[in-house]
Design a protein around this ligand. Structure first.
Ligand code: ARG
Length: 457
């Protein structure tokens, strides 16, 4: 094995299947940028510590720069024996600059190297995902503003409950995404801690300035314990938890939208751009975008579980099990980099049908208003709830909406009902009565929109 990093104590070559089993280059190649960045900083730190000469550092850095150009141009070619990205880069560096390449790894281990690379990589991805999440949130805020006057049935148990503004429903997801944004910032903070300089597990024997490395690589802090540094994957679990929860929120929103997009509801219609057809039924226009968003939740939650399961019961410091952290991480990032912008696209392009919302509204959505009406006349709420229930029974038995039941019938149930009862029973005023902060009245919804715009600014 020509370019193995660890061949010295071996006399036999690994079994071919074992080689394939052990290699991670097929997936960790995407860490190339981070690996080159980390190595460039490490070359500088070695020179500052007097381990290599400034000229040697320049040679190494120049070689790394050439490798970067090869990757950028899609010209980098793998060689047999490139076990992982770290091996591949070191092998190529030696080809380009000769034996001095062998000095780059002084005091460094792939254990602190891979931990550094993954953090550097994820840091960049988090910033891209943050933008996608903001875009999705902006789409929600814009739609909430555009359709401020649309009133729809609000549901609990998928049963009509009380009238609400369509915007209020939309913003209920907006707030979940707002919390996801804050959680992501926390993950970013925990990710941005530098493990480099921890060696294999016990620290670096050279006077390498870890604070210089942190500053050069843009890390906020350095890890405090080398054994923890090479084994800490907490930030990945945090990230995957964030991803699971964010994707779960997307999934719930997708489910609501799928229902609202159905013929039975018809509250919204997805644009053609986010729908697909059926190979058999010519009339079909299916919300596949949203079904896939809902469906992708399984794999992301699965990746979260996979990571925890891999870490469970690991002994101290680095174990090769940890190589299994990458594929779930990469797939999670790739998935959310699609689900978030697709959700934003669905929201930005859907048609909203306020008329269909009103047409779907049963007068019984106002049963709570009836109880509140009696409360306004001095009846205790518990009794009012019971009396309103009797009116509901009458409405169902006589198939009359609440607003069509004649006053004498109302009065026979309670003498507190008066001629103003019919005026009281309308959706708009029911909504406008919910003026408390966080309620569905127009002012409350406008306040939410303003708060969310501040948050996005
Ligand atoms: N490919 C390895 C990983 O992803 C790099 C670290 C290897 N470290 C070791 N001691 N074999 O975890």
């Amino acid at each position: 094995m020509t370019n193995m990093l660890w061949g010295g104590r071996f006399s036999g070559a690994p079994d071919a299947l074992m080689r394939a089993f052990n290699d991670s280059i097929s997936f960790d190649i995407r860490l190339w940028d981070a690996d080159l960045t980390g190595s460039d900083a490490y070359a500088q730190a070695l020179a500052r510590a007097g381990i290599i000469t400034p000229a040697e550092a320049d040679t190494l850095r120049h070689g790394l720069k050439q490798i970067r150009a090869e990757f950028d141009d899609g010209q980098f070619t793998l060689a047999a024996g490139d076990e992982d990205i770290h091996t591949a880069v070191e092998r190529r560096l030696k080809e380009l600059v000769g034996n001095v390449a062998g000095k780059l790894h002084t005091g460094r281990s792939r254990n602190d190297q891979v931990a550094t690379d993954t953090r550097l990589w994820l840091r960049g991805e988090i910033s891209a995902l943050r933008t996608h999440l903001q875009t999705c949130l902006s789409a929600i805020v814009t739609a909430a503003e555009t359709h401020l006057d649309a009133i729809m049935p609000g549901y609990t148990h998928v049963q009509q409950a009380q009238p609400i503004r369509f915007s209020h429903w939309l913003l209920s997801y907006g707030w979940k995404f707002a919390r996801d944004l804050a959680r992501l910032d926390d993950v970013a903070r925990r990710t941005n801690v530098l493990p480099l300089g921890s060696g294999a597990l016990s620290g670096n024997p050279l006077p390498v300035d870890r604070h210089f490395l942190a500053e050069t690589l843009g890390f906020d802090a350095i890890s405090e314990n080398s054994m923890d540094a090479v084994s800490d994957r907490d930030y990945l679990v945090d990230f995957l938890h964030w991803a699971s929860l964010t994707q779960t929120h997307l999934s719930s929103l997708a489910e609501d939208l799928i229902l609202f997009n159905s013929t039975e509801y018809g509250f919204i219609e997805l644009s053609d751009a986010y729908s697909t057809g059926s190979s058999l039924m010519p009339q079909k226009k299916n919300p596949d975008s949203l079904e896939l968003i809902r469906g992708k939740t399984g794999r992301i939650v699965g990746h979260h579980m996979a990571m925890l399961t891999t870490l469970k019961g690991l002994p101290s410091t680095y174990n090769k099990d940890m190589q299994e952290d990458k594929e779930p991480l990469f797939d999670t990032v790739d998935t959310l980099a699609m689900t978030l912008p697709i959700m934003a696209g669905v929201i930005n392009t859907m048609t909203v049908h306020p008329d269909r919302m009103v047409a779907a509204m049963s007068s019984l959505l106002l049963a709570t208003e009836l109880a509140d009406y009696l409360v306004s006349k001095g009846m205790p709420f518990r009794d009012a709830h019971d009396v309103a229930g009797q009116v509901v029974q009458l409405s169902l038995a006589t198939e009359q909406p609440l607003w069509s039941i004649p006053l004498p019938a109302y009065k026979s149930i309670s003498p507190l009902f008066d001629r103003d009862v019919h005026d009281w029973l309308n959706f708009e005023s029911a909504v406008e009565r919910r003026r408390s902060p966080g309620g569905t009245a127009k002012d409350s919804v406008l306040a939410q929109i303003a708060a969310m715009k501040t948050l996005l600014a």
